[in-house]
Ligand binder design. Structure first.
Ligand SMILES: Cc1cc2nc3c(=O)[nH]c(=O)nc-3n(C[C@H](O)[C@H](O)[C@H](O)COP(=O)(O)OP(=O)(O)OC[C@H]3O[C@@H](n4cnc5c(N)ncnc54)[C@H](O)[C@@H]3O)c2cc1C
Length: 394
C-alpha cells in the first residue's frame, strides 16, 4: 500500500440508519474493534462515526512506540489480580506487538514498522544502579526477556556518548502512528465497514448514537472516544482528560542539534569534576566570604594590582568580621574583652547624637547588647511539680 500522504476525506453520516454495531471514534480502539469484528463475522453491518477524521486523536499522532509496556506498571495488577494473571497479561502484551506487525504485513499497511526492541541507556553511576535494579526486577518475570548489557555490548549496538550500561528487550517496534491509523481505516473500509467522518456524536444512549446528522441505532454501541469522552452528554464528569504533548518541527538546524560544550569535552575524554573549586586554605568560611565579597555593591570589575585588591579586601573584612549576634563586635574583640571599651565609646557617641537632636529618636539609643546565653533548641522551662501521693502517718 502506498503511504497515504494526502488524506481523502470521507463523507459524513447521510442520515439516520440502523447497524449491528456502531462504533464511536476512529482511533486504534475503534478501528481494531471493527477489524476483528468483520474478520469474525463478515455479515455484520459495522458503522464508525468519527467527529473529525480517522486517526485524528492520539492514535494518529503518538510517540510511535509499539511496545509491550503495561501502562502504569505490572504491580497494580499483581495487587488486584495476583501474580499469575499479571504474568498472563504481560504475555498477551508481548504477543500484541507481533500481532500488530502480522496484520500490517498481511493487509499491506505501510507504517514504517521496525521491530528493534527497546534499549535503555545509563550514563552515570546513579542511572547505572537504577538500571541494574530495574533489570533484576524485570528478570524475575521470565516473559519480559530483559537483558543487561555492559557498556561495550551497549555501544556496539548504539553508541550513546558516555554509556555505562544498558538494558534491552525484544518486545518493541517503532511505527509511524498516522500511517497505521489511516492504513487500518482503509483496510476496514475494504472489509465493508462504513466510516462516516465529520460526524460528531453528541450523546450515547442505549442502542443509539445521536448526531446532528441523524441517529444510528444498533444492537451494540461501542464508545471508543478515549480522551474526548468528557465531551459527550452526561459524561463530562466520568472522564478526566490528561494532557501529554509532543512537538513536531521542521528538521532542526546545526545550532539546535549541535552538542553542548560539556558533551564535546566528554567526547574529547575530559570528564567533569563536581567538587568545588579549591581556594587558598579550602575551608567553607573563606569560600563563603569570597561569595559575599562578590555581592558587595562596590566590588570592582577588576583590580589593577595586588595592592589594590588587598586594600579593598582589608576594608571588606573589617566590616564583614562584625557579627550581629555579638552586638556588632568582632569575635576577637569579645574574646579579648576589648568590646567593653568599644561599647563605652559607642554610648558616648549615641548620647551626643541624642542630646543634640532628641526629636529624631523615639527613645535614648543604646549600643546593641551582647547575649549572655545562646541556644540552638532552648529546652522548655521547668515548672515546679505537684506530687499527688498517698501519705501515710505513723
Ligand atoms: C502525545 C502522546 C504520545 C503517545 N505515545 C504513545 C506511544 O508511543 N505508544 C503507545 O502505545 N501509546 C502512546 N500514546 C497513547 C496512545 O496513542 C493512545 O492510548 C491510543 O491512541 C488511544 O486510541 P483510542 O482509539 O482509544 O483514542 P483516540 O486515538 O483518541 O481516538 C478517539 C477518536 O474518537 C473520536 N471522537 C471523540 N469523541 C467523539 C464524538 N463525540 N463523536 C465522534 N467521534 C469522536 C476522536 O476524534 C478520535 O479520532 C500516546 C498518547 C499521546 C497523547
Amino acid at each position: 500500500m502506498e503511504p497515504n500522504r494526502t488524506r481523502r476525506p470521507r463523507a459524513p453520516l447521510p442520515g439516520s440508519l440502523r447497524a449491528d454495531v456502531c462504533i464511536v471514534g476512529a482511533g486504534y480502539t475503534g478501528l481494531w474493534t471493527a477489524y476483528y469484528l468483520k474478520k469474525a463475522a463478515p455479515q455484520l453491518r459495522v458503522v464508525i462515526l468519527e467527529q473529525r477524521f480517522a486517526g485524528y486523536g492520539a492514535s494518529g499522532r503518538n510517540g510511535g512506540w509499539l511496545t509491550n509496556a503495561v501502562t502504569g506498571g505490572r504491580g497494580q495488577y499483581v495487587k488486584t489480580h495476583g501474580r499469575e494473571a499479571a504474568a498472563l497479561f504481560q504475555t498477551h502484551m508481548n504477543e500484541t506487538v507481533d500481532e500488530v506487525i502480522r496484520v500490517a504485513t498481511l493487509e499491506g499497511i505501510d507504517a514504517d514498522i521496525v521491530k528493534g526492541g527497546e534499549f535503555t541507556v545509563a550514563y552515570d553511576a546513579p542511572q547505572q544502579s537504577r538500571l541494574i535494579a530495574e533489570v533484576r526486577s524485570e528478570q524475575s518475570w521470565s516473559m519480559t526477556d530483559v537483558e543487561l548489557l555492559s557498556a561495550k555490548e551497549a555501544t556496539d549496538r548504539i553508541n550513546v556518548v558516555g554509556t555505562t550500561g544498558a538494558s534491552w528487550h525484544p518486545h518493541c517496534a517503532r511505527i509511524q502512528p498516522a500511517k497505521l491509523a489511516s492504513g487500518l481505516a482503509s483496510v476496514v473500509e475494504a472489509l465493508g465497514v462504513e466510516i462516516y467522518e465529520d460526524t460528531r456524536v453528541s450523546e450515547i444512549l442505549p442502542h443509539r448514537a445521536v448526531t446532528e446528522r441523524g441517529t444510528v441505532e444498533a444492537d451494540f454501541v461501542v464508545r471508543a472516544t478515549e480522551g474526548f469522552t468528557a465531551g459527550l452528554k452526561n459524561l463530562h464528569r466520568a472522564w478526566l482528560p490528561m494532557n501529554s504533548s509532543l512537538i513536531a518541527t521542521e528538521p532542526l538546524s546545526a545550532s539546535m542539534t549541535s552538542k553542548t560544550v560539556a558533551m564535546m569535552l566528554i567526547d574529547l575524554g575530559i570528564t567533569r569534576t563536581h567538587s568545588r573549586p579549591r581556594v587558598s586554605n579550602d575551608n567553607p568560611f573563606s569560600e563563603a566570604q569570597f561569595k559575599t565579597l562578590k555581592y558587595v555593591p562596590d566590588f570592582p570589575h577588576h583590580f589593577n594590582s595586588l595592592a589594590e585588591a588587598q586594600a579593598f579586601c582589608e576594608g571588606f573584612f573589617i566590616e564583614y568580621n562584625h557579627h550581629s549576634g555579638i552586638g556588632w563586635h568582632t569575635p576577637a574583640s569579645v574574646h579579648f574583652g576589648t568590646h567593653h571599651a568599644i561599647d563605652q565609646q559607642r554610648t558616648i557617641t549615641l548620647n551626643r547624637a541624642f542630646n543634640e537632636h532628641p526629636e529624631r529618636f523615639a527613645r535614648r539609643p543604646r549600643p546593641p547588647q551582647i547575649r549572655t546565653e545562646v541556644w540552638i533548641n532552648e529546652p522548655a522551662k521547668e515548672t515546679p511539680q505537684t506530687i499527688d501521693a498517698n501519705v501515710e502517718t505513723v
